[in-house]
Ligand binder design. Structure first.
Ligand code: HEM
Length: 360
């Protein structure tokens, strides 16, 4: 049979697609996922991942102009803001995306907790997630220091004090570790190499386990199966659709942060004055700020350690067979109390006048 004129492009496209797919295996992404995986709650991890891609791209651009030395760091940020091509926009997108990524990772954690997705067999992935949360916080902390303004300098003061409190284990945080490279240079290496490398390693493990276990069923469907109903469906959509939605949400983040970077001046404080301590930290560190007020600097070690430790215990304490919030009331109420307490601590930290803590 002779092909009609209209069939030729289709045939050519199909052959081209087959040739590409044969080599890259793109159609392998079309494996089934449950339809609910495409809801925003189940896509928050993917949005966070896309945020990290934006951070990496803008970070690479910023690195072309940034100088990681005490003498030149702040001036190079001023150069990025005023002279470097697209420097101000890249810096703004980097700053706002860091804030959004922190928000989405917290919401992702909240979704996992509320839907009981940390339960068997996903306990280890919950712990890997906690590692990712710690790395995210580490990236924001080191990034703050790099600006080398008053806020960054005070953050560095805390970094050094934490090193002292850790004793022999705190050697990395101490400026005395290397006589040839100032500590801001080492924090820069942590920001652009050590933490991203560790994060990439954990992300790969996180994604492999998500693929291995499949996305968790909706709690009500899971509980119905526990009570003897039919097993929840593992199909209904495809990962390719999930991926497209993830990219769509990610592009919204990019658009929002681009607009913010154009409308709002990304903050840079005055050059550091080592004899004063007047800054409050970014919002994600504020829940710990009152503890610093009440108990001094050591609280900066034990308060976050207690928080992470308590989160690490969640899958091993919340062990009933059920996942619906209604069947795990005690845990949901405990989680809600923690969230309210964190918000109250942030409010207290915002209202309280800034205090000096270093060398208290
Ligand atoms: C910091 C970066 C993180 C990234 C980029 C990330 C990414 C993802 C992605 C893409 C998924 C697939 C489903 C979804 O999007 O909800 C997922 C699932 C999961 N994540 Fe994360 N995650 C991060 C942090 C965390 C944290 C902090 C925790 C908990 C402490 C966590 C625990 C889990 C668990 C248990 C699953 C399986 C959920 C299910 O099957 O319903 N992740 N993560």
């Amino acid at each position: 049979m002779t092909a009609g004129a209209g069939d030729i492009p289709t045939g050519r496209w199909r052959r081209t697609w087959t040739a590409i797919d044969e080599r890259f295996g793109i159609s392998g992404l079309g494996y089934p996922v449950p339809a609910h995986a495409n809801g925003i709650g189940y896509i928050l991890g993917g949005i966070t991942f896309f945020g990290f891609l934006i951070l990496a791209a803008t970070g690479v651009w910023l690195a072309q102009f940034y100088h990681p030395t005490p003498e030149a760091a702040r001036e190079s940020v001023v150069y990025i803001m005023n002279v470097a091509p697209l420097g101000d926009v890249a810096r703004g997108i980097h700053f706002w995306t860091a804030n959004l990524v922190m928000a989405t990772v917290l919401l992702h954690t909240g979704r996992i907790f509320v839907t009981g997705a940390h339960k068997r067999p996903r306990e280890v992935n919950w712990l890997i997630g906690l590692g990712l949360l710690t790395i995210t916080i580490g990236l924001i902390f080191t990034g703050t220091v790099l600006k080398w303004d008053q806020e960054g300098f005070e953050a560095l003061g805390h970094n050094v004090e934490i090193g002292d409190l850790l004793g022999a284990f705190g050697f990395w945080f101490s400026p005395t570790l290397s006589a040839s490279l100032p500590i801001v240079g080492r924090l820069y290496i942590a920001h652009v190499v050590i933490l991203p490398a560790l994060g990439t390693f954990l992300l790969i493990a996180h994604f492999l386990l998500v693929k291995r276990h499949g996305i968790s069923a909706r709690p009500a469907d899971f509980d119905a199966a526990v009570d003897g109903g039919s097993a929840p469906s593992k199909a209904g959509s495809s990962f390719a659709v999930h991926l497209i939605r993830m990219v769509g949400f990610g592009l919204v983040i990019l658009a929002v942060t681009t607009v913010l970077s154009l409308l709002v001046r990304t903050p840079l404080g005055a050059a550091p004055n080592p004899s004063i301590e007047v800054s409050k930290p970014w919002w994600m560190f504020l829940p710990f700020y009152p503890f610093e007020d009440w108990f001094g600097l050591p609280a900066l070690l034990w308060a976050p350690a207690l928080m992470i430790g308590a989160l690490a215990l969640v899958p091993f304490v919340d062990r009933s067979r059920y996942r619906s919030p209604g069947r795990r009331r005690a845990f949901i109420i405990a989680g809600a109390i923690v969230v309210v307490a964190l918000v109250a601590l942030v409010a207290y930290a915002v209202i309280e006048p800034a205090k000096s803590h270093v060398a208290m």
